[in-house]
Write a protein that binds this ligand. Structure first.
Ligand SMILES: NC(=O)c1ccc[n+]([C@@H]2O[C@H](COP(=O)([O-])OP(=O)(O)OC[C@H]3O[C@@H](n4cnc5c(N)ncnc54)[C@H](OP(=O)(O)O)[C@@H]3O)[C@@H](O)[C@H]2O)c1
Length: 372
């Protein structure tokens, strides 16, 4: 039997407790032994929760308990989450997280720490929530040179853009609806500004190309300037506006990484990805295009990926997987130099350009790269 602890009993952490409990038999079958939830660490009390007896406030209890083999960090951010993860790994415990900010900003350090201690550090849920993306990329596609990845990895903005299209709302109204339905947080900045999508883009690049892509190196444009008339024009032109994460490996050996709203033609497999769903197309030089689709967030979908990592950590407890990348900077080209067609808007005129680099696009009130 292996004991585990959850740090942070919020949306994801409470889902992890539920999956471990309701699917106890499946988890045990996958792990090859029972997986028992011993502690939940949170700053708040949850007196009405069936898990109340497991709640503690002091992480040191987990850190110092030799019976705890796996720690699940679902607090978020890079404050205590970083401190607790470092301490858990240093104490020789496997660590699993859904925290993309922590992995994107501190992955090199934490993976090296895990390697030095002979334990696993897994983060499948950090990109695409419940969709299996990172393990297929790292395992099943490892015979390939990864040529490109493109996808919708932020469910909040995808929900907002879909709502604008379907209900004819401007962005502010669609954001309010998303907040009311729980698809957007009260502070939606990291979603609207593309920061969340950038962190996921970095983790994909790190894993695919083995060197570090720091978030501040990714060029980013969020969705704040997407107007309802752009959505309407895109629809009339047979497509839609979607916030895409883009990664390309050029023949020059340089990688290109950016996040921006794009015009997605109806024939693209990404055009049918609506509401809060996520999808990613990974193109390898041998396999061609592969597409992954599903729930990119939410308590149980995200917990499904987290618990999958817990199972893998237990299975590989004595022979950790060598997942990782170096701290060397990934060589990057400037995506602005990549030519593509663009839809541009000036006043009420919406037109399509020839293939041009960004600097050659005529001045416009709004411009959207066409996904080709
Ligand atoms: N929600 C999703 O669908 C989703 C999907 C994929 C990935 N993620 C990622 O998963 C992580 C967790 O997200 P979430 O939505 O579950 O967040 P959340 O609902 O805010 O849960 C975080 C929990 O940690 C608690 N906490 C804060 N400081 C703590 C401390 N010092 N010690 C112990 N517990 C502490 C919080 O308490 P308070 O509420 O009192 O602060 C809260 O209960 C984030 O990195 C997020 O980006 C989330």
């Amino acid at each position: 039997m292996k004991n585990i602890a959850i740090l942070g009993f919020g949306t994801v952490g409470s889902g992890v407790a539920k999956v471990l409990t309701e699917n106890r038999a499946e988890v045990a079958a996958g792990a090859g032994e029972e997986v028992c939830l011993k502690y939940i660490v949170d700053v708040r009390d949850f007196p009405d929760s069936p898990f109340a007896p497991l709640l503690v406030k002091d992480f040191a209890l987990v850190e110092q308990d030799p019976e705890v083999s796996v720690v699940v960090e679902t607090i978020g951010g890079c404050g205590v989450a970083l401190d607790f993860t470092r301490r858990a790994l240093k104490a020789g415990k496997h660590a699993v997280t859904s925290n993309k900010q922590l992995v994107a900003e501190h992955g090199v350090e934490l993976l090296a720490l895990a390697k030095g201690k002979g334990v696993n550090y897994f983060f499948e849920a950090s990109v695409g929530g419940g969709i299996p993306l990172l393990r297929p990329l790292f395992n099943d596609l490892s015979a390939n040179k990864i040529l490109s990845m493109k996808g919708i990895l932020n469910g909040t903005t995808n929900y907002i853009l879909t709502a604008m299209d379907r209900s004819g709302m401007e962005l502010e109204a669609a954001l309010k609806e998303a907040q009311r339905l729980g698809y957007a947080e009260l502070n939606p900045d990291s979603d609207l500004d593309g920061t969340d999508a950038v962190r996921k883009t970095c983790i994909l690049a790190d894993l695919a190309w083995g060197r570090e892509l720091k978030p501040e190196r990714v060029s980013v444009e969020g969705i704040r300037n997407v107007a309802l008339k752009d959505i309407r024009n895109a629809s009339a032109a047979g497509g839609s506006i979607k916030l895409l994460c883009r990664l390309l490996r050029g023949e020059d050996g340089l990688c290109y990484a950016w996040v921006a709203p794009h015009f997605v033609p109806a024939e693209s497999m990404l055009s049918g990805v609506n509401e809060a769903f996520n999808a990613l197309i990974i193109t390898g030089n041998m396999v061609g295009d592969t597409m992954f689709y599903g729930a990119g967030a939410g308590s149980l979908p995200t917990a499904s990926a987290v618990v999958g990592d817990v199972i893998d950590a237990v299975r590989h407890a004595s022979s950790p997987r060598g997942i990782g990348w170096t701290g060397e900077d990934l060589p990057l080209g400037d995506p602005e130099e990549l030519s593509s067609r663009w839809y541009i808007r000036n006043g009420d005129t919406w037109s399509l350009t020839d293939a041009l680099p960004a600097a050659k696009v005529p001045a416009a009130e709004a411009k959207y790269r066409v996904l080709d």
